[in-house]
Design a protein around this ligand. Structure first.
Ligand SMILES: O=C(O)[C@H](O)[C@@H](O)[C@H](O)[C@H](O)COP(=O)(O)O
Length: 241
């Protein structure tokens, strides 16, 4: 199999390249399963945060079949839409249907959004829920939108500037994107970086251009830049051409 050309990114970013979505999802699942095994060998519990969107589906399906001591693994979200848990747009629903199945059905899941709460109250509640998971998180898997958003830190969202502030003390904030539906809950940049490793899974030429442009961009314009420009946490990019 030919392999996609490496992206023009800082040398510190570990690149995992594939020409095909299916092997890319399996490679990410292999990598995350191994991180969770290492964590479980060292500590009583392990944690994994994931994002929503459509691209994680193949990764979720692959990871859910891995042999792991799943009851000792806690899964939660890097972001959520403020919609009921049975809504099509709910990331909790996505995780329940695609990741918490098969072998992974016995993992503990911490949902962020509580049905019916207004975004600000929901953010406070999510923060309390997140506090039940030990930090640093063992692994955080993020995606990136074509506009350079990651988690629910959108350039055009009220709440994102606070979320991107490296000194932000709140771990979950309400964000209100203008360019995408639903008020959101998003972990702050600082909370996302309170992790042992970050994996970023993206695909396609458009996203290649966006992430390469983010290397020198202000995070306020392309929020993904904040992950590329930090040196605190190892960043693994999984890219499918
Ligand atoms: O919308 C969400 O819930 C997200 O967590 C979001 O940040 C997502 O990861 C990107 O929009 C990429 O989505 P795709 O992978 O579907 O392109």
């Amino acid at each position: 199999m030919s392999v996609a050309e490496a992206l023009k990114l800082p040398a510190a970013v570990h690149q995992h390249l594939s020409d095909d979505a299916a092997p890319g999802a399996d490679a990410l699942a292999d990598f995350i399963a191994e991180q969770l095994r290492i964590a479980l060998a060292a500590r009583a519990k392990a944690s994994l945060l994931v994002s929503g969107g459509r691209s994680p589906l193949a990764f979720f399906a692959s990871l859910s079949q891995r042999e792991l001591d799943w009851p000792r693994v806690t899964i939660s979200l890097a972001d959520e839409r403020c919609v009921p848990g049975d809504d099509d747009a709910s990331n909790a629903r996505l995780v329940r249907e695609h990741l918490l199945r098969g072998r992974a059905a016995t993992a503990r899941f911490v949902a962020l959004y509580v049905d019916g709460l207004a975004p600000e109250a929901a953010a406070r509640e999510a923060e309390a829920r997140l506090a039940t998971i030990a930090t640093p998180f063992d692994a955080v898997v993020l995606g990136m939108g074509d506009d350079g958003h990651t988690a629910s830190l959108f350039a055009d969202a009220d709440g994102s500037a606070a979320g991107l502030d490296p000194q932000q003390s709140r771990r979950v904030l309400a964000t209100y994107p203008r360019s995408a539906p639903h008020a959101r809950l998003s972990l702050s940049l600082r909370a996302l970086l309170d992790s042992r490793l970050l994996a970023l899974a993206i695909s396609g030429e458009r996203k290649r251009q966006v992430i390469e442009a983010a290397v020198d961009a202000a995070p306020a314009r392309l929020p993904i830049a904040a992950l590329l420009q930090q040196t605190q946490v190892p960043l693994h990019l999984f890219f499918n051409a």
